[in-house]
Design a binder for this molecule. Structure first.
Ligand code: GDP
Ligand code: NAG
Ligand code: NAG
Ligand code: NAG
Ligand code: NAG
Length: 570
């Protein structure tokens, strides 16, 4: 990891912490080396039923069926059963209230211009079945820590601890976790989320009768960044070595019978996401025989899951429109009641009743200095973009003739509400100067709303809650204009199922903005070729040449990444 990379990546995910991490980097490497020599001594262990190799399902229905079979095999005849009783469910819902689960989707449907995403019954069925699996597995092993420490593998259930790199903002957290969530579902692993990353503190518990919360104070997670971890985990380098050695011993087995290579594997990071070899069939076959996995980082990687050949049939069946992120966040990452209460109040007083809502997300990642330098040019581009694309009405210097002529106007002017999310006041001031002083040609009245302007990015539960509130309010827009590379705006786009316009932030540019080719966001800093030494059918090939709906991200957004092209546009 050289300095240039650290700087450019820190601009994306870990704004402040990266410098501290650089200082600790050498220390971490030393830790890892000590750790590897310890774990190599215990390479063999006897597999239980959870560690048996099973091929990836070929269809979404087969995945659902497998989850159901596992749930049945461990749930039937137990006190907790396969399903919860109605009273159990009511009690759980009373203890884990989540108003947004029933109230958010109808608000998207009420938008007057934006299209609603049609329902996806296969995804809903999978989510329900996975929730049941989660509950029954969690009940059956009782205590995740005890199960882990004993290296137990008597249950057919497997587990994923899905974490997020320390010190990241809301958007990066949610995209990273969403990637872990979809991976857990695809690989039939019980999803557990360390509460230190705070996501379980501002989202709803997603699985009825169960909990995804993992207390990292008591649960032994692997060594992460500069935090000391537990040595029971095999990390990437050692895992790849074991795969290589096993494949050398039996080159013909094609990964199918590698046998369990490790009880617990921590997927360490390269550029804040799993390394290229993670996205290979041979490695995935090997991972599938480990009982525990741990992932972390700060980058969205769902596009790369679509690149894994053995995952693709199920993912294509589940998301024929590729609206994967929207389904995941709307089912599993909903705002808890504290956040939802803010959304409802602010929406009610400032945004409801509009004929159209425009969302504007304006981010100056490097803070005040960048703001001072770019505020004028960014504001001009926002206005130009809004006018060129009909997102805001044009101004006139003449007074509204209709208003003046009529002494009794029965029909009030249509209202366009602009919700602005920014750490700075610049764009609100700039638009106020236009729309407060002058009427519009169309006779539409334009209202501007910005609820915070904190200037600096904070790292706290309160900062995440407020950021999430503003993301949801942005997502309720009919049209959305966002800052390139920003996962904050990207999260609003995913919740709202919106195809955004990227404001042009390049200093030398003659365009004001550009429409995104997709609702999906960019998998930033992604390696664009398969690096799968044991899968000669794809190794070295460009992913976009193997999978036709995966493309380079647009240059205006982020030129070092790939993304899914959606069949839905709004
Ligand atoms: N409330 C609020 N917070 C913001 C805004 N812009 C940035 N932030 C803060 O800065 C963080 C930005 O990190 P992140 O969401 O990962 O977005 P990214 O860095 O642009 O990809 C957020 O989580 C907030 O804490 C904003 O418009 N409103
Ligand atoms: C589920 O179990 C049934 C009955 O035991 C079996 O016929 C079926 O093949 C299993 N399905 C899958 C996908 O494992
Ligand atoms: C559990 O609930 C599912 C979905 O409602 C149903 O199909 C299944 O038959 C139930 N199983 C048992 C054992 O009650
Ligand atoms: C590897 O195994 C898979 C799954 O059984 C099979 O579909 C594929 O054809 C095999 N590839 C080779 C090169 O043997
Ligand atoms: C204004 O017009 C509306 C509808 O045309 C009518 O119902 C109302 O009585 C009028 N009000 C006045 C004060 O003239």
């Amino acid at each position: 990891m050289d300095k240039v990379q650290v700087r450019s990546l820190s601009a994306i995910c870990v704004t402040i912490v990266a410098l501290v991490m650089l200082a600790f980097y050498n220390w971490t490497v030393i830790q890892d080396q000590i750790f590897y020599t310890v774990v190599s001594l215990q390479e063999t262990h006897q597999p239980g039923s959870g560690a048996r190799y099973v091929e990836q399902p070929k269809t979404a229905q087969e995945l659902i069926q497998r989850l159901r079979n596992t749930t049945r095999s461990i749930g039937l005849g137990t006190t907790y059963g396969m399903n919860m009783s109605a009273t159990e469910l009511e009690d759980w819902q009373a203890a884990n209230p989540c108003l947004s689960r029933s109230e958010l989707i109808p608000m998207y449907a009420e938008r007057k211009v934006a299209k609603s995403l049609p329902p996806n019954p296969v995804w809903d069925e999978l989510f329900a079945e996975y929730s049941r699996y989660h509950r029954v597995c969690t009940k059956s092993i009782r205590d995740p820590k005890g199960y882990f420490v004993k290296k137990d593998d008597s249950s057919p259930c497997k587990f994923l601890v899905a974490d997020v790199a320390f010190g990241t903002g809301l958007g990066n957290k949610m995209f990273t976790l969403a990637s872990g969530i979809l991976y857990a579902i695809m690989t039939q692993r019980v999803l557990l989320v360390p509460t230190t990353n705070l996501v379980p503190e501002f989202t709803c518990e997603p699985f009825p009768g169960s909990s995804w919360r993992l207390d990292p104070e008591t649960f032994p997670t692997p060594p992460e960044q500069f935090v000391t971890g537990d040595g029971s985990w095999i990390l990437d380098a050692e895992f790849s070595d074991r795969v290589d050695r096993a494949m050398k011993r039996e080159p013909k087995v094609n990964g199918t019978s590698l046998g369990p290579l490790a009880y617990a594997v921590g997927v360490t990071r390269h550029e804040w996401q799993p390394k290229g070899r993670f996205y290979c069939d041979t490695e995935q076959r090997a991972y599938s025989q480990s009982i525990w996995m741990y992932t972390s980082g700060c980058i969205y990687t769902i596009p790369k899951l679509f690149a894994i050949p053995s995952f693709r049939p199920v993912l294509e069946g589940l998301f024929p429109d590729r609206m994967a992120m929207t389904r995941v966040v709307r089912s599993l990452l909903l705002p808890d009641n504290t956040v939802w209460d803010r959304v409802r109040r602010i929406h009610h007083v400032y945004l409801s009743g509009a004929d159209r809502q425009l969302g504007l997300q304006v981010r100056y990642r490097d803070g005040r200095e960048m703001y001072n330098k770019m505020n004028d040019v960014v504001n001009k581009r926002i206005t130009d973009c809004a006018l060129e694309n009909g997102l805001l009405p044009r101004l006139t210097s003449e007074l509204n003739s209709k208003l003046l002529a009529a002494t009794n106007t029965s029909a009030p002017n249509p209202v366009v509400k602009v919700f602005i999310a920014s750490l700075f006041p610049g764009v609100h001031e700039s638009l106020s100067k236009l729309y407060v002083l002058k009427p519009t040609v169309s006779g539409e009245d334009v209202g501007l709303v910005q609820i915070t302007q904190d200037e600096t990015q904070e790292f706290s539960l309160e900062a995440d809650r407020q950021a999430f509130t503003e993301v949801i309010l942005l997502s309720l827009s009919d049209h959305l204009m966002v800052t390139p590379m920003s996962t904050f705006g990207g999260l609003a786009q995913s919740f709202g199922a919106l195809t955004p316009w990227f404001i042009d932030y390049r200093s030398e540019s003659s365009t004001s903005c550009e429409r995104s080719p997709t609702v999906e966001v960019c998998n930033q800093f992604s390696i664009k070729e398969y690096s799968c030494p044991h899968d000669s059918d794809v190794n070295g090939q460009r992913i976009d040449q193997v999978v036709d709906y995966i493309k380079d991200c647009p240059v205006i957004d982020h030129d070092l990444g790939i993304q899914l092209i959606t069949d839905f546009e709004s």
